[in-house]
Write a protein that binds this ligand. Structure first.
Ligand code: ZN
Length: 150
């Protein structure tokens, strides 16, 4: 999993400077681009606030609600991430959505959940691969639908 792509999918502009990428840090009030992504190690470090870590740490920090909502056990996905092609996140999407639907069944009438599942299934099966950015948008959309039904 490419951390540069993940960071950019959150609307953070990264500029290539030599072998690293730099941008405005999302974790502190940053005016100079002190947030640095290292493609070689797939890690980040901020020279302003000292925040540092890998892609899992970044997702948990930048989008904790997203990780909680879908109960993403990011560490258990490490093998999958290591083995899969960098941009194919269909399995990742299915894994995280399974938990989402289980939660939804407890909150809204089953008939409505089944309707959402059907739409979701049609979307998934119509695609060969789903880029990370699109995946986050789909899951956010599903979250919104779930919220409206409550
Ligand atoms: Zn920072």
């Amino acid at each position: 999993m490419n951390l540069v792509d993940i960071v950019r999918s959150y609307g953070i502009a990264l500029k290539k400077v030599g072998r690293v990428y730099q941008g405005i840090c999302p974790f502190h009030d940053d005016s100079n681009p002190s947030f640095t992504v290292y493609p070689d190690t797939n890690t980040f470090h901020c020279f302003g606030c000292g925040m540092t870590g890998d892609w899992r740490k970044f997702l948990k920090l930048v989008d904790p609600q997203y990780c909680d909502q879908f109960s993403l056990d990011l560490s258990s996905l490490q093998d999958f991430i290591d083995q899969t092609s960098a941009r194919d996140y269909k399995t990742y999407l299915l894994l995280s959505s399974a938990t989402f639907f289980r939660t939804l069944f407890r909150k809204v009438p089953a008939s409505k959940v089944l309707k959402i599942m059907q739409l979701f299934d049609e979307y998934i099966t119509s695609r060969d691969s789903i880029p990370f950015e699109e995946m986050t948008q789909v899951l956010k959309k599903l979250k919104t639908i779930g919220g409206k039904l409550e």
